[in-house]
Design a protein around this ligand. Structure first.
Ligand code: UDP
Ligand code: MG
Length: 320
């Protein structure tokens, strides 16, 4: 019995690349089924993220021509991460293994074989990692490197140079289903699942056709989500800033008083300076303290799962 593989592909206005993507995926799937690496019940699941072009018509006709292709149509454009989770959660029922990839053929389809070998070797999650970013623009490359550094500094666990090209086993997907948060940043959530993971390096290509569906505005919103969904360090930063400024204000108060005593000041200066520093410090400190409570509320409202059990040794097998 071989495992059922679903390849989940989110598509937003991808009519230009879809025929070629479908052709290449069909080729790959047929080869994998022939080599008995995956079950003949395996599928390619295209998720139409509320496209305005003929993407859905193309998906429907692919499905009619070949049962290998399945389709899922979202009622509205909800963005890449939501389209992806919709596909993953749909595929998790019938599939044993799910691979997610973009529709634009930037992710090397040939890496799928390697993904499956890692899975057979016992990995529950396999991350596709770009071996180089030479095909990206200088802007994208430098901002991406800086962004990964920032996330690391803020304590976010993240796999560098990994986008959303990854394999997940059924139990990893079941674990992912336990994360109920709305602001999705999957590449930050998946490492929290744990289990055995591995990395497959691949060469990232240029977009096969069409334009990027991630304009700068969407990219920035996504980057901010990545920080605010995983780190409360920016709030803690305010608290510390408040503490530092308050301490400085106490020091400066001594200095201001000394100046006043020696009569080096004009009247009113000491009280004005002292209160500006002290009040500024106290206000920042209070903001920070409020922030600490808000960050607790924020973490609680996420209702993230507290743990996942990898394996359990117990004699009462039937009870587990
Ligand atoms: N995508 C989506 N919904 C959106 C934007 C993008 O489903 O609102 C899909 C898109 O069709 C593609 C993937 O997300 O399959 C990645 O988008 P894109 O390749 O345009 O991003 P880039 O590679 O330029 O960062
Ligand atoms: Mg792309």
């Amino acid at each position: 019995m071989t495992d059922i593989l679903y390849i989940v592909v989110p598509c937003y206005n991808e009519e230009e690349v879809l025929p070629e993507t479908a052709r290449r995926l069909q080729e790959k799937m047929t080869a994998l089924i022939k080599k008995e690496m995956v079950s003949p019940k395996s599928r390619v699941l295209f998720v139409d993220d509320g496209s305005k072009d003929s993407t859905w018509e193309k998906i429907s006709s692919l499905h009619q021509e070949n049962p290998l292709f399945s389709g899922l149509k979202l009622s509205h454009n909800r963005g890449h991460q939501n389209a992806l989770i919709a596909g993953l959660m749909t595929a998790r029922e019938p599939a044993d293994i799910v691979i997610s990839m973009d529709a634009d053929l930037q992710d090397d389809i040939e890496a799928v074989d390697q993904f499956l070998l890692e899975y057979q070797g016992g990995s529950d999650i396999v991350y596709g990692v770009r071996s180089s970013r030479t095909k990206d623009t200088v802007f994208k490359r430098t901002t991406a490197v800086g962004y990964y550094k920032l996330l690391r500094a803020l304590g976010v666990e993240i796999v560098e140079n990994h986008a959303d090209y990854r394999l997940m086993s059924k139990r990893a997907l079941n674990a992912l289903a336990e994360f109920k948060e709305v602001n999705l940043f999957l590449r930050g959530i998946v490492p929290l699942i744990g289990f055995r993971t591995s990395v497959v390096k691949y060469e990232r290509n240029e977009r096969f056709a069409g334009e990027s569906k991630y304009p700068l505005k969407k990219m920035l919103a996504f980057a901010i989500d990545g920080v605010t969904s995983f780190s409360v360090k920016p709030i803690r930063f305010i608290t510390w800033l408040g503490v530092i400024i308050f301490c400085l204000s106490v020091l400066s108060l001594a200095w201001i008083l000394a100046d006043k005593l020696f009569g080096k000041t004009v009247s009113g200066w000491a009280t004005l300076m002292g209160s500006i520093w002290a009040l500024g410090g106290i206000q920042l400190l209070c903001l920070g303290i409020l922030g600490e409570y808000i960050s607790k509320i924020y973490q609680e409202t996420k209702q993230r799962p507290r743990f996942f059990i990898d394996c359990c040794l117990d004699d009462r097998e039937s009870n587990l």
